[in-house]
Design a protein around this ligand. Structure first.
Ligand code: HEC
Length: 204
């Protein structure tokens, strides 16, 4: 040891080292949050683009396949590209396999709703947190998705969903819970889970 044990110099070194690693860590978390935000926007942009195009060109029954096939494909692609888990979740999922929230996600969804009741806008909300799960650390991120008029055709009231759409949804999703929403309500969220031992892509 270069310096006597417990000397002021040694203590200062230890404290500086701790401060340095704490600030490096918070810097990494800020980068991870920024990356998650970017990927969520990418997801919404790609999906929204496909959905609008198909609704306009071929109508809502044809557009169901965008949500059924294209949405999971985009989520899968974004997960593979980044080494994360990227998904959409809801407290009332249409697709229980892909859309059921875990405990952390459910709590985040409920917290978004109570923040909205107090006057906050979903567009301004997000949740980011580092969590320990089964001995591993993850950076988790959620971006709420509020219901827009275009969503009503497939997620609105029984009167708002056209009969042919209802029939197609009934066939593919006999346990559908994702109906009866009004504009402005929380439909669900994009959820991103990044293992902290997987480093970020260089391009963020
Ligand atoms: C053309 C019909 C259609 C429209 C329009 C539509 N959705 Fe969906 N949505 C679906 C289908 C079908 C699924 C189930 C996808 C699957 O199988 O994973 C779904 C699933 C979801 C999910 C995943 C959770 C779940 O319930 O399984 C979210 C979140 C969601 N939609 C939000 C929206 C939002 C927000 C809008 C409007 C911007 C919207 N949807 C518009 C048909 C639609």
């Amino acid at each position: 040891m270069l310096y006597p044990k417990n000397s002021i110099v040694q203590k200062t070194l230890v404290v500086s080292l701790l401060l340095f690693s704490a600030s490096a860590f918070s810097n990494e978390l800020a980068q991870r949050e920024q990356a998650a935000k970017q990927v969520s926007q990418q997801f919404l942009k790609q999906l929204g683009g496909h959905l609008k195009k198909e609704m306009k060109a071929n109508g809502p029954v044809a557009a169901i396949k965008v949500c059924k096939d294209v949405a999971p494909k985009i989520a899968n692609q974004l997960s593979l590209e980044n080494g994360w888990r990227v998904t959409r979740v809801s407290t009332k999922p249409r697709n229980a396999l892909l859309g059921s929230p875990d405990k952390w996600e459910r709590e985040a969804l409920l917290a978004f709703e109570s923040r909205a009741k107090k006057g906050e806008k979903y567009a301004d909300m997000a949740k980011a947190e580092v969590v320990e799960e089964a001995g591993k650390s993850y950076f988790r991120y959620m971006k709420p998705l509020a219901l827009k008029p275009i969503c009503l055709t497939c997620h609105g009231s029984e009167q708002q969903i056209p009969e042919p759409v209802k029939a197609a949804l009934d066939e593919s999703y006999p346990y559908d819970q994702a109906r009866g929403y009004s504009v402005g309500e929380l439909r669900g969220a994009i959820s991103i889970k990044q293992p902290l031992d997987v480093s970020l892509r260089k391009t963020f």
